[in-house]
Each structure stands twice: as structure tokens, then as C-alpha cells.
Design a protein around this ligand. Structure first.
Ligand SMILES: [Zn+2]
Length: 477
């Protein structure tokens, strides 16, 4: 009943006219009603003033004739089908159109989250694009409660409950694409904050070729995937794209060796991969990484993915699985590749065990790519040259000017920067002697190991990303 409520509260009526929309108002129509209307309609309308009696009669007729039935059907549709087809929804309720329009734009821009923030005077819509929150638009606080109610109806939440946090889900149909939106509502002093997370299954599973590895690094990772047994680690902070890399490796292993038995234990299972048995960690029933891993070992696996090695027990079982003929893939929370060895030793793993089973470590970060629609060349400043460690005087760099395709940010999409440590015979000998990351790095460099920084610089010079983005990502550690 949103539209009727809106008309009643604001003492305003919108009707289709011959050429344009007709808006009826009366002497006690509040000034902000026109502002809201301009915002929601987004097209010209013709104003006509009625006296109070005429207005009430018209409003009553309007309510009786048109809307009740239609609105009711629409609400029912959301509850029954559970999939909201937003392109073919021809609702006249302004709030519905407003939310649909934001979801459509957000999805086309490739946003991962939509934030609705209540303020003192204005509501704010922000989008998370390539990991960074960007202001998208503002709207009058007067309609904020209706926006929240509408989202609650769409996601099956309790509209009347305004004091407790709530979580829900919406299934959206956008043309021939269907995806889920996870909804979180949190009460704050100005009103309820809403975050919609767009879970777009088909865009996230990348192949190894698409990750952004240099040719040399790609070859190393391909060799890791072909190993019959051993331990492979992916490291980096949260949000560095570690799972994407692990899944890409699993996809390659599945393609190369279709008969291998692949089992994962994850927290959470982020993407469902057909043909792979995936186990979700659930501490409430005693299913942890460690206990899950023990059970998996009795399932005759060839390849095991352990979401994360967080504790000594999981580290210990993973190492033993790798030593007894399994290929074990996992992640560790370290900033670079050589430090993974230091961390395992700190967790109580004997260096000779690490030396005998560790085959490779991939460290990574995600950087935003320059938007290809507004990319421009410019001469590098002296400061930028010294940051990049380049002594040549005339170097061209690239940046995005900002355009409608990238919401003015100059960036569109992300790619990885990597360092890939292949544990060679020589490195195994070093690991037996020391767990010092600097010493390990220096030996690896002699064998052609390229650091995260070097890979980043090469991506800046190739015009894939900017100097400022590269610096910001490395400084985040
Ligand atoms: Zn652009």
C-alpha cells in the first residue's frame, strides 16, 4: 500500500494525463511533497490545485478505483514466488521503482554491496565498487522509512519490527540473470541502516588464466596444480582474493585429472563447485577445520582444500595429510610468501616436515584496474618515479579520468598482484637451517622469485593499475 500511503500523507495525487503526468494538490499539501515527487517521478508533471473538498473526493475515488487490488497482488507475488523480476515489474509505487532502479544500476556497475544510510536530513545510498565504498545518491529522509519497509517486504522480514537487527534474503531476476541478495537491517539513532549484498554466482569463479598472474608465475602455479601430493599455500590479508585463487586451482585440477577425488572443508562455502564435495565448518556440532579434516582423510581423497590454517592442530593434520600422499591446498594469514614458513614454524611444525611437504606459496593482493573507457596517459612525476624505483626521466603512466561507466572513480574491475614462491631443492635446504623470511626471500630472488612489489610495479607500467592504487594496497598491510 505504499503509493496510497504516500498520496494520503502528502496530500497529493498523481494520475496519467494525455501528454504528461497530472499532479493534483491542495492548500495544505506540504512543500516537501513536491520535492519527493520530483525525486521519485524523474519526469515532468503538470500541477493542478484543487480546493480541499474536491481534493478529498478525488483521493477517495482514486483509492477505491485503482490501487488496492494491484498492490495486494504484488505483495502476494513476492511472498509466493520468492523471485522478484525487477525488469518486468511495472509497479507505479515510487518507492518500488526507486529501489528497483538502484538494484539495476548497482548490478550493472558490478557493485558487491548497496548501503542505505539514514542521516539527520538525508538518506544516503552508497555502492561498494571493486572493494571501495562510493557515494551513489541522496534522497529525502521523509521517504526513508518507506524505503526500508519495501526492502523488508521484498526479503520476507518483519516490517513492524524496528528495534532489532534482522537478516533476510531476496532472489532477484534481472533479464535472464538470477541472483540472490543478502539483506541486513540494523537499527541506529537516525533509523534503520540497510545493507544489501549482491551475491552474483557466475561472475566470481575465475580460471587460473584470468587471475592476472605473470607468465612465469602462471607456469609455477600450473606446476603446483599438477603435483600428486604436497602442501600448497595461498597467503594474504582478508579480502585479498585468496579463495578465488584456490577455486581456480581446483577447477584446473578437476580439468586435468577428472577422476581425482576432491573434498573441501570451508568456512563458509563461498561458491558451489559442481563435482566437488564441499563441507561447511560448523562449530556448534563440533565440525571444525581439524575434525572435518580428520573425517575427510577417511573418505579416500586425492586433493583436499582446507579453507584456512588457523591453529596448530589444523596445521599438524594438514602437514601429515600432505606427507601421506595427498595434495593439500590451504590459506594462511601472512603478508608475503616467505613468512608462511616462519608462521608454520611458529605453530610448532618441525622445519624438516615443512621442507619435505611444502611445494609452493602464493601471496597476493587485489588492485583496482584502470577503467578502460576513460583511461588516459600522462607523464610520471618525479615522486612517482622514485616510488616505482625508476631512474629513467620520461616515463608514461596511466590513470582513469572518471566517466559514467566507473561512477567517476576511474577504476573498473580488479586484478591480483602476486608473488609465487616455488620451494625448490635449494630452498628446502635453507628451510632446514632457518625460518627467517628475509633469508629465504634472498635465496628465492636468486632463483628468479618476483616480489609483490615488483609484480605491482610491472602492472603500473603496463597501464593496468595506477601508482596511487598500488601504493594504497601495499600500505594497507
Ligand atoms: Zn571510467
Amino acid at each position: 500500500m505504499l503509493s496510497i500511503d504516500f498520496f494520503k500523507k502528502n496530500k497529493i495525487i498523481v494520475e496519467p494525463g494525455e501528454w504528461e503526468l497530472k499532479v493534483y494538490y491542495t492548500e495544505d499539501t506540504p512543500e516537501e511533497a513536491f520535492e519527493k515527487l520530483r525525486f521519485f517521478l524523474g519526469r515532468p508533471f503538470k500541477l493542478e490545485k484543487l480546493d480541499t473538498r474536491e481534493f478529498s473526493e478525488r483521493l477517495e475515488k482514486f483509492i477505491l478505483e485503482s490501487k488496492e487490488e494491484k498492490e495486494f497482488e504484488e505483495t502476494k507475488e513476492f511472498q509466493e514466488k520468492k523471485t522478484v523480476d525487477i525488469l518486468s515489474s511495472d509497479s507505479e509505487a515510487p518507492v518500488v521503482n526507486f529501489i528497483n532502479r538502484i538494484i539495476i544500476r548497482a548490478s550493472r556497475l558490478g557493485a558487491s554491496d548497496i548501503h542505505f544510510d539514514p542521516g539527520e536530513k538525508e538518506g544516503l545510498v552508497r555502492l561498494r565498487l571493486d572493494g571501495v565504498l562510493q557515494e551513489f545518491e541522496k534522497f529525502p529522509m521523509g521517504v526513508y522509512p518507506q524505503v526500508v519497509s519495501r526492502i523488508k517486504v521484498m526479503s520476507g522480514l518483519n516490517v513492524a519490527e524496528k528495534l532489532k537487527p534482522q537478516d533476510g534474503r531476496i532472489r532477484i531476476k534481472l533479464g535472464d540473470k538470477e541472483f540472490d541478495i543478502r539483506v541486513s537491517v540494523l537499527p541506529t539513532i537516525f533509523g534503520e541502516r540497510v545493507v544489501l549484498r549482491l551475491l552474483d554466482q557466475d561472475t566470481k569463479l575465475l580460471s587460473l588464466e584470468e587471475l592476472g598472474l605473470s607468465h612465469e608465475d602462471y607456469k609455477k602455479v600450473e606446476r603446483f596444480a599438477k603435483k600428486p601430493y604436497g602442501l600448497i599455500l595461498v597467503t594474504g590479508p582478508t579480502g585479498a582474493g585468496k579463495s578465488t585463487t584456490l577455486y581456480a586451482m581446483l577447477l584446473l585440477i578437476k580439468k586435468l585429472f577428472p577422476h581425482k577425488n576432491i573434498i573441501t572443508v570451508e568456512d563458509p562455502v563461498e561458491y558451489q563447485v559442481p563435482g566437488i564435495a564441499q563441507v561447511q565448518v560448523n562449530p556448534k556440532v563440533g565440525l571444525t577445520f581439524a575434525t572435518g579434516l580428520r573425517s575427510i582423510l577417511r573418505q579416500d581423497p586425492d586433493v583436499i582444500l582446507v579453507g584456512e590454517i588457523r591453529d596448530a592442530e589444523t596445521a599438524d593434520i594438514s602437514i601429515h595429510a600432505a606427507l601421506t600422499g595427498h595434495l593439500v591446498l590451504s590459506t594462511l594469514h601472512t603478508n608475503d610468501a616467505p613468512t608462511a614458513i616462519t608462521r608454520l614454524v611458529d605453530m610448532g611444525i618441525e622445519p624438516f616436515l615443512i621442507a619435505s611437504c611444502l611445494e609452493g606459496v602464493i601471496a597476493q593482493r587485489l588492485v583496482r584496474k584502470i577503467c578502460k573507457f576513460c583511461k588516459e596517459e600522462y607523464p610520471a612525476s618525479e615522486e612517482e618515479l622514485s616510488t616505482l624505483g625508476i631512474s629513467a626521466s620520461e616515463v608514461k603512466l596511466y590513470r582513469g579520468k572518471g566517466c559514467e561507466n566507473c561512477l567517476g572513480t576511474g577504476y573498473k574491475g580488479r586484478t591480483g598482484i602476486f608473488e609465487v614462491l616455488e620451494v625448490t631443492e635449494e630452498l628446502k635446504k635453507i628451510i632446514l637451517k632457518t625460518s627467517d623470511a628475509n633469508e629465504i626471500r634472498e635465496v628465492a630472488k636468486l632463483q628468479g622469485f618476483k616480489t609483490l612489489k615488483e609484480d605491482g610495479i610491472s602492472k603500473v607500467l603496463k597501464g593496468i593499475t595506477t601508482v596511487s592504487e598500488f601504493i594504497a594496497v601495499l600500505e594497507r598491510d
